[in-house]
Design a protein around this ligand. Structure first.
Ligand SMILES: NC(=O)c1ccc[n+]([C@@H]2O[C@H](COP(=O)([O-])OP(=O)(O)OC[C@H]3O[C@@H](n4cnc5c(N)ncnc54)[C@H](OP(=O)(O)O)[C@@H]3O)[C@@H](O)[C@H]2O)c1
Length: 253
């Protein structure tokens, strides 16, 4: 089988796996953070889990990106910049800002996330510089590119702000949960997930390839069920939880 055929085959298998994962996650929230519970095997600290699970999104992605012949072309270089702006922060900065780092993750979810990030790095890195569309210079003025980059930047800002609010709900050493307020928390329980979805939606629009589409589908498969579970959890946990607040989409859902 040549690589192009393998890539297409992997893309369809990856989408099918995302659909199954989404259905499972609607009933069984991934056991980390507030949904950590007994019966999921050995645990590790949240910080270590984040660094291990996100590292392939930096190192494997860069390796697959650099393998491609179009690695020095302007459009792929913009994609590389956006990807690294997100993942260098997520892998090496975000974990060290977390507070209340008890053993809040399992090896099971960490290993699954490593496997996901390896596949995602392959699908995206190879699409951008070898197997996906050849981007002419004029793509830099295409409305899909401009709109997609704008969406990515907006999502990035929303995600960073929302994570910042959550992290600062705790004083150093504290471990409990509080009601987040401010910014988009006024309207939704999970603006961090909304921002993440906008980022990868923007990335898929801007770079218009199968790998980016698969990443968007997987992000939704992971985060939509978790947003609804988190919203239900807040309402059950806090009797004074703002009743007008939705789970993920302001005024809608
Ligand atoms: N692309 C993807 O598929 C994907 C998948 C998962 C996550 N992510 C991104 O990764 C980031 C973190 O995700 P996450 O699921 O770990 O988020 P999270 O459950 O909201 O937790 C983030 C941090 O904030 C703390 N926290 C959350 N709610 C709190 C509250 N009400 N009071 C006090 N502290 C609170 C958590 O503590 P505890 O650990 O003690 O709960 C954790 O340290 C997000 O930006 C998300 O978008 C992306």
């Amino acid at each position: 089988m040549d690589e192009a055929r393998f890539y297409t085959w992997l893309f369809y298998a990856w989408i099918a796996l995302a659909a199954v994962t989404c259905v499972v996650l609607l009933f069984v929230p991934a056991p980390y953070g507030r949904f950590l519970r007994a019966g999921w095997g050995p645990r590790l600290g949240a910080r270590l889990s984040w660094v291990l699970q996100e590292s392939p999104a930096v190192f494997a992605f860069v390796a697959f990106y650099l393998l491609g012949e179009r690695r020095l072309e302007p459009v792929p270089l913009v994609a590389l910049g956006l990807w690294l702006a997100h993942y260098l922060h997520r892998t090496f900065i975000f974990p060290f800002r977390l507070r209340g780092d008890r053993k809040q993750a399992t090896w099971a979810t960490t290993l699954l996330a490593i496997a996901f990030n390896l596949g995602n790095a392959y699908l995206n890195g190879r699409a951008l510089t070898q197997l996906g569309p050849v981007y002419p210079l004029a793509w830099l003025w295409d409305p899909r590119f401009l709109g997609g980059v704008a969406l990515f930047v907006a999502g990035y800002a929303i995600n960073r702000h929302a994570d910042h609010v959550l992290i600062h709900l705790r004083s150093p050493g504290e471990t409990g949960y509080k009601i987040p307020r401010g910014g988009l928390y006024r309207w939704v329980s999970c603006p961090n997930y909304l921002g993440e979805l906008l980022e990868w939606g923007g990335f898929a629009l801007a770079f218009w390839n199968l790998g980016a589409l698969a990443f968007l589908v997987w992000t939704a498969a992971n985060l939509v069920p978790r947003a609804f579970a988190t919203h239900r959890w807040y309402r059950a946990q806090f009797p004074d939880y703002p009743p007008e607040r939705r789970a993920l989409l302001p005024f809608l859902a």
